[in-house]
Design a binder for this molecule. Sequence first.
Ligand SMILES: [Zn+2]
Length: 457
Amino acid sequence: MRLIRNGTTSILRQLTTAEAESVRRYCGAGMKTEGQDTQVVEAILAEMHNGKEPRYWLECDCRDGEATEQRPRMTARIRGDGPRHFVRIAGRDAHHCVLRSFRTDPSDDDGETEEGGKHRPLRPILDTLDYLDKEHQTGGKRPGSRAAAGNKPGKGRRLPKLGRILYTLLEQAGFSSITTDDLDARNSALRHWDRLERFAIEEEVTDALNLWDLMDTRPWVKASQIMTEVEKLQWPTGKKRMGYLLFVADEVTATDATKFTSLKPAVVTPANPIRIGGRDQNFANPPYWVLAVIDRDDNGVARVREAFAQHAFDKGRPVPLDSSYERHTLALLLEVMGWVKRKGVTVTLKKPLFDSEVTLPDGATAHCRADFELEVSARAGARPVPGRLLIETMGADLQEYLDQKTATHAIMQQRGAIIEHVVRHDSEQAERDDRLRKRVYGRLMALAGMPPSPACA
Ligand SMILES: [Zn+2]
């Protein structure tokens, strides 16, 4: 990244790697900031804006391989008495880096915050009032509530509240697990939609309002129509009128989410760029779950305010996933589940969306979340607890991320044996896949107390 004189290409200076990393953590939606980031970003903004007017632009280097006019740029702005902050320059805002999902500052992502520097485990929404935004809290928040921002040291991404709501819905509806009994039922998703409805009806926000009242699952319904319905409802005071739209999209870009229908495609276009959960953020691997917020803007016009997307395995079985690498692993695990099913073994596969608590050998409590967990049902008179196997997909991620993952394996081992699956799509992938299938099959049969036998015979 570099500072350039406004309206020119003349370079003032290149940002250091550390500065560029601070900007990306600070302004990348869902990123977790580190202690120095606020200070570093404030210093860069002070260089860019002298207090009266902006003098330098920040040019991102994520598209340096392309034409100069493709390079994304940001300017600095001061609004009223507020602090300096970044603003993307219209038409120059298509990043190929994490700034694709932009936030003005970390407080734009509400939801999880750190307490006492400790990682707070990711948990489902428990307080039903949390489904609704506060009256004056939404949309276009400016810096100023910085004290609330997570500036504590830490790594990894912070899940925005909308993502936490999506995970809660998918988990409660059962979309995140598959049993060997479900394997042949390609339409098991239908059952999950019913379960979603039941769950949302039971989520009573007030005596007169439940979550299902403000939810729609039809992307072709217009925002204005959804808001008209929402406005007929009795609403808790201090909460903003809003609705949720949940569906599986066939295509997602930073600007819109599309579902193909037998008529014309239904396109949902939020006012803000679409954010994606998980690590694989390039929108290139549909289908995706999409949860969108519908409300009215400052002028009273109904709109899709924002949306959050998450990989889904496939349309018939939209198991939420973190990456396309995990999709590759899951396809293999489903094959193995088919094999053990033929041997009469019942297995439940779970894609954990929230953290599990484990007790370490020294008695301390820790949290972890494996990519997949396979549980073998306890047989009558056999082991008292279900046997569990954890599967970790090691995709072509950043080394830092893989190191982090290895570090958490010590914690995960308290929940079950871990099998790693490296996905690189190189010439050795078929061999790795074969090894995974055989190892998982062998372990599952052992957990079920069955004698070992040749895998797919
Ligand atoms: Zn960029």
